[in-house]
Design a binder for this molecule. Sequence first.
Ligand code: GLN
Length: 195
Amino acid sequence: SPVIGVLALQGDVREHALALAEADAVARPVRRPEELAEIDALVIPGGESTTMSKLALIFGLMDPLRARVAAGMPVYGSCAGMIMLADKILDGRDDQQSVGGIDMTVRRNAFGRQNESFEQDVDFRGLDGGPVHGIFIRAPWVESVGEGVEVLADLGDQRIVAVRQRNLLATSFHPELSGDSRVHRYFVDMVRDAG
Ligand code: GLN
């Protein structure tokens, strides 16, 4: 089974580890650059992207993360993790950095006050078994994507909520909170194909 790290600086690390185990991967927390060197792939969890960005810089992980992404390591980011994978962030904090890698512009907290948190079924292209139950918590959306980015799900009106570019996968919502491991399985399959 592939060994998949979960970036454990902040956020819902445990829920991702459980979903990965259910999808037949071995999950490991990653906090230090040395731990990053020992994994086949990585999940960046949901949480707060400004805090995650700050901690990644403090822990000396930002550049090693960028290097591994550039070298083709598969990464899946949910919610704050999606923001961390975006080449461009709108409504981020001034000093907020991302790892980047997906040629997309993501708007932070995009759904606004009325709709800060909601649940909605999402048609996820390429997943069998019907729609995914999307849990959105102060979620971002993807406002635009470059040519190499495949849109896997949207809510209409160009509110893109799942994308893939080569070995990188991102969702606005939190499948790790839904008890449905199909998105994690999709990612584990990506990891197997990449290896
Ligand atoms: N609003 C958070 C951020 O900006 C993301 C929320 C989440 O991950 N549930 O990072």
